[in-house]
Write a new protein. Structure first.
Length: 276
């Protein structure tokens, strides 16, 4: 993650450091957007973002945010996070991560292509990390799920036949294939099907840090208003959006029982208009 000093005439030592999670190339967009938001709302100290250096679970990151060891998370909503943390309720990924395409074994492509929606739900077993917020979504909608606590093991488990499909966000899957494809050559992207569930990603801060939450919300609102939010989003995901539009998929739309009461679903118009 590139860390940007916001403000002028200040040396990095004088900037406030915000420790962020999750880190890594897959999440670079989230922190570029936070930098953009903070630049749009420059009231307060100059800020430098610093990725949290350890590979930890999402559950652990919540505890570290509560203790002050992490300052900002960029994660999906669920009831526990809503109760324990302070969300900035602007979906930073515009629903694209809830558009789930399927990594599968090459030998299963023809079998999956023949499945209708009911058969897919009855016969397919999906793989997820145990503390991901989409696990209860999948279970609540009647899907069978195999879990693990180690992200990379999901690729090995799929290749070994422990489950049938690894659902990945449209914004994630091509980076996964680039990073893990050589190690797991039997895994391919299923070309014709997808799941979609409303799955907003928010910035989260400590419940006592109202000032930071207000600053982030104001900055995101201003970036939405002047078009720079959309410009950044499109610059990161133009390839994925173009591929999807060129080869539309059959999408199985399911509900998300974890959405807060009264919260609107993600606005997907920047990249997809679902058929109702």
């Amino acid at each position: 993650m590139a860390c940007l000093l916001l403000g002028s005439g200040l040396r990095p030592a004088q900037a406030q450091v915000l420790r962020c999670f999750p880190a890594g190339q897959l999440y670079d967009y989230r922190w570029r957007l936070l930098e953009l938001a903070l630049a749009h709302a420059p009231d307060g100290e100059a800020v430098r973002l610093q990725p949290y250096p350890e590979d930890i679970t999402q559950s652990r990151s919540v505890l570290l945010l509560q203790s002050g060891a992490i300052d900002v998370l960029a994660l999906p909503t669920n009831p526990a996070r809503e109760a324990e943390l302070l969300p900035v309720r602007i979906d930073i990924l515009k629903g694209i991560i809830g558009f789930r395409v399927l990594l599968v074994r090459r030998s299963d492509l023809s079998r999956i292509a023949r499945m209708d929606d009911a058969t897919l739900k009855q016969q397919m077993v999906f793989g997820l990390e145990r503390d991901w917020a989409d696990l209860p979504i999948m279970l609540a909608n009647g899907f069978k799920v195999e879990t693990t606590t180690i992200y990379e093991s999901l690729f090995a488990m799929l290749e070994a036949g422990r489950f049938d499909a690894f659902p990945r966000g449209l914004n994630e899957v091509y980076r996964d294939l680039a990073e893990y494809g050589k190690r797991y050559p039997d895994l391919v992207l299923e070309p014709g099907k997808a799941l979609y569930y409303p799955y907003p990603i928010y910035f989260w801060v400590n419940r006592n840090n109202l000032m930071l939450a207000h600053r982030i919300e104001r900055g995101l609102t201003l970036a939405l208003r002047d078009g720079t939010f959309q410009k950044l989003f499109t610059s990161y995901y133009a390839q994925e959006i173009a591929i999807m539009r060129k080869a539309p998929r059959h999408v199985i739309q399911v509900g998300n029982p974890n959405l807060p009461a009264g919260a609107p679903g993600p606005d997907t118009r920047w990249w997809w208009t679902p058929n109702r």
